[in-house]
Design a protein around this ligand. Structure first.
Ligand code: ATP
Ligand code: PRP
Length: 204
């Protein structure tokens, strides 16, 4: 079974979960630059990819199973089955800005975000006109320097917002890591995938 794991926080948590389930990856270490690892029984091979590529690998069948944040699935929809909420990598997708500055509803609102699709869908559903500026990181900077009225971003502890004088203004949705499965693999490799899903389910 081939797993595509989203590099970074999600892979770290997912590998901890695989190890807790009894899989042993002798060559794996957090510092390793290797990209593919196989467990000692040869049941699971996992590889590490950039998070937006996980749905692509799984949709195309290069991986049977993927573990990736719901934020990525919402931002990059793919033809895959989302089978399990793993309840790891939990955080919230939020609109954030200044506590004492109401959002300019009814006028054009400028939104800085790593998640243009999520932001557009959220404000479109409220019939709010938005100018979305795609930012690749340090998103909290955008309102501070006057680039945007607000941001749409992930909030976990809230420390990044707090340290930059921003607050959550609206919660969009809860985020956590999901297990996705290739649509053909689920039919043709059911006898291999089912036990893996059941094993994961026991941990949830
Ligand atoms: N505090 C958090 N900030 C960002 N992502 C988080 C947080 N908590 C959980 N996550 C989850 O972790 C994923 C991102 O992990 P991480 O930031 O380690 O990866 P990354 O490769 O640095 O991502 P990116 O390139 O998008 O910054 C998100 O898709 C989300 O599902
Ligand atoms: O609520 P907190 O616990 O502070 O976490 C939220 C922060 O973490 C993420 O940034 P990340 O660490 O991925 O950095 P980057 O997006 O700036 O690269 C996210 O974009 C927020 O900035």
């Amino acid at each position: 079974m081939r797993f595509a794991l989203a590099k970074g926080r999600v892979a770290k948590k997912a590998i901890e979960l695989l190890i807790a389930l009894g899989y042993i990856f002798e060559e794996y270490s957090e510092k390793s630059r290797k990209l593919i690892f196989t467990d000692t029984t040869g049941t699971i091979e996992f590889f590490l990819v950039k998070s937006p590529d996980v749905p692509t690998y799984v949709e195309k069948g290069a991986a049977d199973i993927g573990i990736v944040g719901k934020d990525v699935l919402l931002e990059h929809p793919a033809q895959v089955y989302e089978l399990l909420n793993l309840n790891i990598g939990r955080c919230k997708m939020c609109v954030a800005g200044f506590e004492d500055r109401p959002l300019p509803y009814g006028k054009k609102m400028v939104v800085g975000t790593k998640y243009p699709t999520i932001a557009k869908n959220y404000f479109n559903a409220k019939n709010q006109l938005v100018d979305i500026i795609k930012i690749n990181g340090s998103v909290e900077l955008a309102p501070l320097i006057g680039l945007s009225d607000c941001i749409v971003d992930i909030v976990e502890s809230g420390n990044t917002l707090k340290e930059n004088g921003l607050v959550v203004l609206e919660e969009i949705c809860d985020i956590s890591s999901r297990m996705i499965v290739n649509q053909v693999s689920l039919k043709t490799k059911r006898e291999l995938i089912d036990p893996i899903i059941r094993t994961f389910e026991t941990q949830l």
